[in-house]
Design a protein around this ligand. Structure first.
Ligand SMILES: NC(=O)c1ccc[n+]([C@@H]2O[C@H](COP(=O)([O-])OP(=O)(O)OC[C@H]3O[C@@H](n4cnc5c(N)ncnc54)[C@H](O)[C@@H]3O)[C@@H](O)[C@H]2O)c1
Length: 365
């Protein structure tokens, strides 16, 4: 299978390292404007041709295109790729950064035959996939809590992630993963969001052309779902000292299921390196702990606990079998919609209602 890559920054190179693990896949070309990133990509994929733009990349007769460019470019690049050819596309999250892009991209993708798959890697993390497989243990689900306590945003090429207008805002850029997990684990759609957040610690002394970054670095987001479940995201981006970077808890009428995933600093210590899934029945007392191991080769290939490898495995299988994408364009857009609702709720100090059928938001009057 002939793959092409648009954007070979941090995530693009994680794709390259993982694609190199598949015998059936050859990355035949990549497009990357930054010199430093070009060199780093060449060291991973020495046989891939460096091309100057998207049309040149699509001329390489690809079987699949992977897009890993800055968020604010996704919508135009996806539209251009769709107009130029019918190649299957895996595009990194968030698929859009603004509400007004949603209708345009949905109608363009609906008119084509080949798939658009949105890169929601967290679904493919071994610990979270294990969690999803045993979710029935909790009985009827009621409350889902997702906590991510981690390090601040990393530096990016041309600092695109320092401003909401380029990233979509923290709760779109970073947290669309968690809103996607909420929909997946609760098997329901969101109806209402109330959030509180702020920029309290990170990037306050940085200036770009005299402008201070407007990145939110912490917050709580409560989401109510159609099936009556409630979910909460607890995000803090100045807490890299903790052992677990992500902690997910789902409580139902039969018990609680937890998933705990170590952060990069904990991963350096073998004793702390494993993720775990724990089921705690209400009675009799006795938490059941399952540790989840990820192979060394997969850990080396990326920063997401092997998720990028397993996502590519599933993407490849769907290309070869012609099956529908496991993460559709609408899945990607719905996760963004919840993120946009969270950003709007934080700004307005007001609950925001989501009309998921129409992909619309409305402040609760
Ligand atoms: N799924 C995940 O877990 C995950 C993790 C990190 C990043 N991401 C996503 O991946 C995307 C890239 O993020 P990143 O961390 O790699 O950022 P980055 O800044 O490291 O990389 C982006 C790259 O795109 C290049 N680029 C810019 N304009 C381009 C163009 N017109 N054509 C081709 N290349 C272009 C830049 O030079 C840069 O090398 C973002 O959408 C981000 O949200 C996803």
């Amino acid at each position: 299978m002939r793959y092409g890559l648009l954007g070979a920054g941090m995530m693009g190179r994680e794709h390259l390292r993982n694609l190199a693990l598949f015998e059936d896949i050859e990355v035949v070309g990549f497009c990357e404007p930054d010199r430093g990133m070009q060199e780093q990509a060449r060291s991973i994929a020495p046989d891939a041709q460096l091309v100057s733009d998207l049309p040149a990349l699509l001329n390489l007769e690809l079987d699949a295109l992977v897009i890993a460019t800055p968020n604010y470019q996704h919508v135009d690049q996806l539209m251009a790729a769709i107009e130029l050819c019918d190649v299957p596309i895996l595009i990194e999250k968030p698929v859009v950064t603004r509400l007004e892009h949603i209708a345009r991209i949905r109608s363009a993708v609906a008119a084509r035959s080949r798939q658009v798959w949105v890169g929601m890697e967290y679904r493919f993390m071994p610990a979270l996939a294990t969690f999803a497989n045993v979710i029935h243990q909790v009985g009827v689900p009621a409350m889902l809590n997702i906590r991510e306590h981690r390090y601040p945003f990393l530096k990016k090429v041309n600092d695109w992630n320092r401003f909401n207008r380029f990233s979509g805002g923290t709760f779109v850029e970073k947290c669309c993963h968690f809103f996607d997990l909420m929909r997946l684990f609760l098997d329901s759609e969101p109806v209402r969001v109330f959030a509180s957040g702020g920029q309290d610690v990170n990037h306050l002394d940085e200036r770009y052309d005299g402008e201070q970054p407007d990145i939110l670095d912490n917050g709580f987001v409560t989401v109510e779902f159609e099936n009556g479940c409630r979910a909460m995201l607890d995000l803090c981006m100045f807490a890299e000292g903790v052992k677990y970077e992500q902690e997910v808890s789902l409580v139902g009428d039969k018990g609680r299921l937890d998933c705990q995933i170590p952060g990069p600093l904990a991963m350096k210590n073998a004793a702390d390196a494993r993720a775990q899934v724990v089921f705690s029945p209400r009675r009799p007392y006795g938490p059941q702990i399952d540790s989840v191991e990820v192979g060394e080769d997969l850990l080396r290939a990326g920063a997401h606990q092997g998720a990028t490898f397993y996502q590519h495995q599933a993407f490849l299988t769907s290309l070869q079998s012609g099956s529908a994408p496991m993460v559709s364009l609408d899945d990607g857009l719905k996760a963004v919609l919840i993120g946009l609702a969270a950003q709007a709720s934080i700004s307005a100090h007001q609950a925001i209602e989501i009309d998921i059928q129409k992909f619309k938001l409305r402040p609760l009057s």
